[in-house]
Design a protein around this ligand. Structure first.
Ligand code: ACM
Ligand code: ZN
Length: 554
């Protein structure tokens, strides 16, 4: 059954050539754009070589993860050479004629493997495909005995549908260590996702060292209490009364970035403004409207105290963003922009003066002014901005990239933004918020609410209907968001993110017409055996509940 269904995706394109070879045949997530299974297999052995073609650092990175796993699981690693025979080798060739920086071709024959791509990134994705074609034990951290390291003979031509395939992680509500963040990046790269959105600042904690403002982390990285259990009425709330926090030094960040670079993952930092700023304002209350004092929040939600758009605040934020822009090589910096209540601004003399001086209509236009001023500053540093879809509310510059999240409020606005020239990234809460339940709340750990089972993630179409081909290009891709209010540790994060992230990876990668939930489910069962070998925690409810529910829906 598994074999039959997992071959379906290929059958449409290469019907005449399909032969089932082994139970791992093309159990790939994401499924390649074009694939065909041939008779036979290639067996990796200690004499197999990796021939790099171009022996650059990037090419070495492209093959390193596969080789690391071989060393751990098979007990040998492959010699990496610049030139050599293609017999008993994985021969990698850069071919500038191929289209797409992430595309690759993979040809596995009995006597050798040929990989072609335009860039080392494409070679890296071919290596992830090879990893998934090898027996599941390849993911072991300990030597697996008695395994034949065979790869089925295949012909694959592959390229992603969207250029942006991401996972977000909120490390502010709960802090995840540097090594946990690295594991998160490693796993998303394994699924051929290419962007890690690192949500670094919040009301509940500021997590990034800023050298010019040490109190951001000395003060802002720690809270004195955290809400225990569900978000209930104030008189019923219980607190743990425990100091909690943590932050990344800039050296930590550099280590994470180097790790991500080896996996061809772009790290986009998010520095929230003007809202979700209570931790920063606790450290530096002079940049609020009221002057404070404040306390780093231990409660979840949206808070009224936000940055006051006075000149001193812009100087402060610009200093911070200067350090951020120097630290992170990404083209984009995410500046938040969501959930910024306007109550303080409406009663603040400095804010009202700013509205008058700039000829703005109201506080919504003041928010647009705020974002546009920050965007202009960052443009001077060679950076573009991403903001949550609230940045559309008082008018937005056409150069900002908008991250759509409010499924209930802004689907028309996002289409309008696309039509007027903005690039967008789709992270709709009703399909891609992984803090929501993925299975029956009665049997799941407590969450913030909502319900996003994996079939719903898989059903999402990122490109809105009715766009022209030119407009559709402005939909950069798809991302899921992992807000950690109710995820106190990294095991819990993985449990909420996987396997739903596998659905994000496939939706972001495969051609629309190849998406097939039945086939995905069968391949996912195989992928889960790999998660088991990796030893990661993930949610298994899909095996019972989600599949049954989806069948009933039909
Ligand atoms: C968000 O969930 N506030 C972007
Ligand atoms: Zn103000």
């Amino acid at each position: 059954m598994i074999k039959k269904i997992s071959l379906l995706g290929c059958a449409a394109l290469f019907a005449a050539t399909v032969h089932a070879q082994s139970s791992t045949s093309l159990n790939l997530i994401p499924l390649p754009a074009k694939c065909a299974v041939r008779a036979g297999e290639f067996t990796v052995n200690p004499q197999t070589k990796i021939v790099l073609g171009a022996n650059t650092v990037q090419m070495q990175h492209a093959v390193a993860r596969l080789n690391e796993q071989l060393k751990l699981a098979a007990g040998f690693e492959l010699a990496v050479v610049e030139r050599g025979a293609s017999e008993n080798a994985l021969t990698c060739t850069l071919n500038p004629k191929l289209s797409g920086d992430e595309a690759y071709k993979l040809s596995v024959k009995k006597n050798g493997v040929q990989v072609e791509a335009k860039t080392p990134r494409g070679i890296f994705y071919a290596m992830q495909t090879i990893r998934q074609l090898l027996p599941a034990q390849i993911e072991s951290r300990h030597q697996a005995v008695g395994v034949k390291w065979a790869i089925p003979c295949v012909e694959i031509e592959d390229a992603p549908r969207y250029s942006y395939r991401g996972l977000h992680l909120d490390v502010a509500r709960h802090f995840m260590s540097k090594s946990e963040v690295m594991q998160y990046i490693d796993l998303l790269a394994y699924h051929k996702m290419n962007t890690f959105h690192w949500h670094l600042t919040e009301d509940q904690g500021w997590r990034l060292e800023i050298k010019k403002y040490p109190k951001l982390t000395e003060v802002g990285a720690y809270r004195n209490r955290t809400l225990k259990g569900a978000y209930v009425a104030p008189e019923k709330r219980q607190w743990d009364n425990t100091r909690y926090g943590g932050f990344y030094t800039q050296d930590d960040v550099k280590e994470v970035l180097a790790y991500a670079e080896k996996r061809f993952v772009t790290v986009i930092p998010e520095i929230e403004l003007p809202g979700h700023a209570v931790a920063a304002l606790t450290a530096y209350p002079q940049y609020s409207c009221t002057g404070g004092p404040f306390e780093v929040e231990g409660l979840w939600g949206v808070f009224n105290d936000i940055f006051c758009p006075k000149d001193e605040t812009f100087a402060f934020l610009e200093d911070i963003l200067t350090e951020v822009a120097e630290l992170f090589p990404s083209e984009y910096i995410h500046i938040g922009g969501d959930e910024a209540p306007k109550v303080r601004w409406s009663r603040c003399h400095a804010c009202q003066e700013r509205i008058k001086k700039e000829g703005l209509k109201d506080e919504h236009e003041l928010q647009s002014y705020f974002i546009a001023r920050i965007e202009k500053f960052l443009a001077g540093k060679g950076k573009k901005i991403i903001g949550w879809d609230e940045i559309l509310e008082g008018g937005v510059t056409p150069s900002a990239t908008v991250m759509y999240w409010r499924t209930w409020a802004s689907s028309d606005a996002i289409v309008k933004a696309i039509r007027s020239g903005n690039n967008v990234i789709m992270t709709p809460n009703a399909y891609a918020y992984f803090d929501y339940y993925q299975a029956n709340p009665k049997t799941e750990p407590h969450t913030i609410g909502g319900y996003v089972p994996i079939w719903k993630v898989y059903s999402y179409e990122p490109t809105p209907a009715g766009l022209t081909a030119e407009e559709a290009k402005r939909v950069l891709g798809f991302q899921a968001n992992v807000w950690t209010e109710y995820m106190p540790n990294f095991g819990h994060v993985l449990y909420m993110a996987y396997p739903r992230a596998a659905a994000v990876a496939e939706v972001g990668w495969i051609p629309k017409e190849k998406r097939d939930y039945d086939s995905f489910q069968e391949r996912l069962i195989q992928l889960m055996t790999r998660y088991d070998v990796m030893g990661i925690r993930y949610n298994r409810s899909f095996l019972s509940e989600s599949r049954v529910e989806k069948k009933e829906e039909k």
